[in-house]
Design a protein around this ligand. Sequence first.
Ligand code: UQ1
Length: 462
Amino acid sequence: MSPKLFSSRARVAARLTAPSSIITAQASPFIRNFATASSVSPTSRNHRVVVVGGGSAGLSISHQLLRSGKFVQGDIAVIDPAEWHHYQPGWTLVGGGLKTKEELRRPLSSLIDPKINFYHDTVGAFSPEDNSVMLGNGDKLNYEQLVVAPGVSISYGSVKGLPEALADKHSLVSSIYGYDHCDKVFRTVQRLQKGRAIFTQPAGVIKCAGAPQKIMWLALDHWKRAGLYDPSGSGIQISFATGLPVMFGVPKYSAALEQLRKERGVEGLFQHDLVAVEGNTATFARPNGQEQVTKQFDLLHVVPKMGPHAFVKNSALANQAGYVDVDDGTTRHNKYPNVWSAGDASSLPTSKTAAAITAEAPVLVRNLLQSLEGKEPDAVYDGYTSCPLLTEYGKVILAEFKYNGEPKETFGNWFGIDQAAPRRAFYHLKKDFFPWVYYNSMVTGRWGGPNIVPGWRSRNNS
Ligand code: UQ1
C-alpha cells in the first residue's frame, strides 16, 4: 500500500540510506549468514515467513502472525523499500482540507516490531520453486511460507500530459491519489470561483473505487457553502466523468449516489475514460470504437489508472491480469501452496480497501498457521470490503459489501438504520475513528475488522 513502493526513487533512496543488512533485526536461530565469506558475495538468510510489503496488508499480517505466539525473533521478515507508511484512506480528507498529509504518515521502520526482520529493499525476483525471494541488492531470503502484499502501482503516465499538469503549481489539475499531490487538491478547490470542474474515474481496477466521487462531493459542498454552487444553475458547473457505466459497482449504493448526482445537478459522463490532458482540454476515450470526446475544464481532479507492480506481474505468481493468483476463499496461491496474498496486489475479486484487508488478514493468518502445522486451511474470506462514501462535510454513506456486490452491513441490522442513507455518525467513524484504530490496532495486528468477536483468530467470515 505504500504509494512509492518499488518506485525507482524509493529504490535509490533505500540503497543510499539503508542496505538491508544494516537494519535487519538480530539474527534468529534460523538465520544462516554467509556474509563473512566475501564482502561482495550475496548473503542468504532463512525465515519461516517472508512478507513482501509494509503497507496495510503486510503490516497487519506480519503482526497478527507475531501475536499468534508461534514465532520467535527473526522468524518473520518484512521487505519494503519505502521510508514512509501512509494512511492512504486519509488522503481524501486532505483533499477536503480536513487533515494534513504529514499527520497521516509514520516512518515505516517505527511500525515494525523489533522481533520482525525489516529488509529495507526492493524485491528483485521471486523463485517459488526454490522457496526463495531475491532482494534488489542480490541477497537471497529462503522461506517456508511467503506472503505477497506489495499493493498496486499508480500509472500517472496512463494519461498523456498528466505528470506535467500535476507538477505545474499554477494548473488547477490535481489528484488525491499520491502523497506528492494530495494537498494540491484543496488549494485548487479554494481557487476556483467559476467555470467547469471535472472529476474523473478511470475504467479498470483502482483502489478505493469510491474516492474519485468522495472528493467531488466535498468540493461541491465547499463551493455550495461559499455561495458559488447551486444545482439550478451557478457560476460553477460540475461533471463526473467515469470510465464505468454507473456511479458505483454495488447496485444498492449506486442508486443512492445516482439520486444525489441528479438532485445536486452534477453532469454524469459515463463510459468516459480520461486519456489526455492538454492545457484546459481533457480528452476521453469512449467504448466500442466510438470517437474520443474532448471537454474544456477550469478545474480537473484526476484518478490515474492503476495496476500490479511489474515485479509481480512478470513473475510466476501472477494470473493473466498480473495479480497474485490466489483462491478467493482461502487467500492461498492456486499453484504454490506455501504462497499467500491479500490486499491490493492479490487477485481477490473484491473492492481494494483497507477495510477489505481487516477481513482478509485474519483469514490468511489462520490458514497460513494451519498450513505450517500440516493442516488444511479452514478459514474462508467472503469478500467483505467497505467504502465510507463522504457525500458532504459531516455525512457519510457507509457502503459495506461482500463478493458479488451483496451488502454486508455492520449496522444494517440495527433498528431503522439504512446504510445507504448519509449519516453523521458514519462521518465520525471515517474522519476520527478509522485513522485512530488503524495506527493503534490494525497495523499492530490487534484489529480484525468490524465483525471480530472476541479475538481476531476466532473471526468467522462465512
Ligand atoms: C475499517 O476497519 C477500516 O480500517 C481501519 C477502515 O479504514 C479505512 C474503514 O474505512 C472501514 C469501513 C472499516 C470497517 C469497520 C467498521 C466499524 C464498519
